[in-house]
Design a protein around this ligand. Structure first.
Ligand code: ADP
Length: 534
């Protein structure tokens, strides 16, 4: 049976519905309409399963409500919600009509939201359920969606429609990154880019139709879109984990067991509280087969422990940036070999390639030599929203054939090759800092500290106080029990001195109960520095 085109007349302008995110993710509504698309916890009725056919109906309801507003292809819609059926349906309704969506979380601080609204100039702000957001400019239309459908409260301002329909090169969403690099940037992704990524990773076979994929990242972090795309694009089931359960390891695991989740996607930090207080409960995770992590390095001591407790589970290292959804997905051996001291990020997913370039702009081909990762891929973003200078710095002419006009992504990430050509991530180009004239890679110091038997996790950062010499500061979480007690500042300094040159030794060492996290669940270096008593 061939999939039926959705009802919107404007959508019908697209050349092939599978070139639209909506068509691709709901393809199973035509072939296996009763298969479960989404399982979620509801307030009243425990778990609720949405079939592909039901999810498609909800999308079409929302398409109907949005299509009446007179918006044109390219008009932006901010969608504020946690991950749930209604949110997925709104995002796919926006995709259907060519309205680029900007997902934001309900707990996003008002100031940050104001910056995003000011920059993206959306036509419409849609929020899930009750609650109010103050301070939206009067030029922005407002509405709500949820059990009662999609209701527009303040109509958006519109002009004459100039576009006839959605094309695959139109933007599908804009993600404002948390800005590891300091400044929030709006990463613009096209339908074509996202679908090239999803088709590429589908060939890796990490999700199959019977799978139930738990997603734990907030909607504003594109990792949640990767999860949703991987699950629905394979005809599998997406299972949003309620945000409030993540802070309670036992409840988190109970939810995973109740929803019969077969794989969990999330940043490494979601496993930290589980390992601390509910490690024994992992034995009961019988349906769990795979864990996909992404966003930052998984500290090896924690990864080893997790793999030991879940011998039947395959851990997959997802490496990449919002600018291409992800670049590679690489299985980690279980058990983790004792000799392994760094995780591989493997090779780019099918359809893409990562190459290394040195400071002089020359290709690095020798194993062991560090270079910057340049990514060529059909899944690249089209640019940073309203920021041509940042776009030109990241999307650059192919260094191997500049005359060809091909554009590649200069990732800002450093890596070297192993003997088989596989890559090893070793930090950001901008985390290479200068200490008294020496080039220092902060990740090297973190890795050494994590090799100490008493250290559970370590973050190193350069503390640059005005007027003072920059200081290398290490923040450490001790392991519980006797092993942890063996970690002392003096002991750790001499442990580092056994393998690192003197200019790489952390000058100040701080023990903390836990590493603070950004809204996306990555280590928050700025918060760590702010916590130092001055
Ligand atoms: P943000 O700037 O908000 O952190 P991203 O989520 O796009 O935005 O961050 C991408 C960066 O995160 C990558 O460029 C890389 O430095 C780091 N990263 C992502 N995945 C991994 C991984 N598996 N291992 C190590 N670092 C990673």
């Amino acid at each position: 049976m061939t999939p039926q085109p959705p009802q919107s007349p404007r959508f019908a302008c697209a050349t092939d519905e599978n070139d639209n995110l909506r068509g691709y993710l709901l393809a199973a509504a035509a072939t296996t309409p009763h298969a479960p698309a989404l399982v979620e916890r509801t307030a009243e009725a425990g778990l609720r399963t949405w079939s592909y056919a039901e999810l498609e109906r909800l999308v079409d309801d929302y398409v109907g409500a949005l299509d009446e507003l007179g918006l044109d292809v390219g008009d932006r819609v901010v969608v504020q919600s946690n991950h749930c059926s209604a949110a997925v349906a709104v995002l796919l309704a926006c995709a259907t009509l060519g309205l680029p969506f900007i997902p934001v979380s309900p707990d996003m601080p008002g100031e940050r939201l104001a910056l995003i609204v000011d920059s993206a100039r959306p036509a419409l702000f849609l929020q899930y359920g009750e609650g109010m957001r103050d301070g939206l400019p009067a030029t922005v239309g407002t509405g709500r969606f949820g059990d009662a459908g999609l209701i527009v409260e303040r109509a958006p301002r519109t002009g004459p429609r100039v576009r006839a329909g959605v094309t695959p090169t139109d933007p599908v969403y804009i993600i404002f990154t948390s800005g590891t690099t300091g400044r929030p940037k709006g990463v613009v992704m096209t339908h074509r880019g996202v679908l090239a990524f999803l088709r590429g990773v589908r060939r890796l076979g990490f999700v199959a139709p019977g799978d139930r994929v738990a997603t734990t990242s907030p909607l504003q972090f594109d990792f949640s879109l990767v999860d949703t795309g991987m699950a629905l694009g394979c005809g599998a089931t997406i299972v949003p984990v309620p945000r409030e359960e993540l802070g309670w390891p036992r409840r988190f695991l109970e939810f995973l067991a109740e929803a019969e989740v077969s794989q969990v996607h999330g940043v490494p930090s979601i496993w930290r509280p589980v390992l601390r207080t509910a490690a024994a409960d992992l034995a009961r995770m019988r349906s769990l087969r795979r864990i996909v992590f992404s966003g930052e390095d998984f500290p090896l001591p924690e990864l080893r422990r997790l793999s030991e407790l879940l011998p039947q589970v395959q851990v997959v290292n997802g490496y990449g940036a919002t600018e291409s959804m992800a670049a590679s997905l690489t299985a980690v051996p279980n058990p983790v070999p004792g000799t392994l001291d760094r995780l591989s990020i493997g090779r780019a997913h099918p359809g893409a390639e990562m190459t290394l370039i040195d400071d002089a702009g020359l290709p690095v081909t020798e194993p062991g030599v560090t270079g910057q990762i340049y990514l060529r891929s059909p899944a690249l973003f089209s640019g940073y929203w309203n920021d041509p200078a940042a776009t030109a710095a990241a999307l650059v002419p192919d260094p191997f054939a500049p005359a060809s006009g091909q554009i590649v992504f200069r990732t800002g990430d450093l890596a070297y090759r192993g003997p088989e050509g596989e890559l090893y991530f070793c930090g950001r180009a901008d985390s290479q800092v200068q200490v008294r004239g020496n080039r220092v890679e902060l990740g090297e110091i973190e890795r050494r500290l994590q090799q100490h038997e008493g250290v559970a996790s370590a973050v190193v950062t350069l503390d640059e106080q005005a007027g003072a010499e920059p200081v290398l500061s290490a923040f450490l979480v001790r392991k519980d029990g006797a092993a942890g007690e063996s970690a002392t500042a003096a002991g750790l300094r001499s442990f580092c001195a056994e393998s690192l040159p003197s200019y790489m030794l952390p000058q100040s060492i701080h023990f903390v109960d836990e590493i603070p996290l950004t809204g996306n669940g990555k280590a928050d270096r700025r918060a760590l520095l702010a916590g130092i008593p001055r």
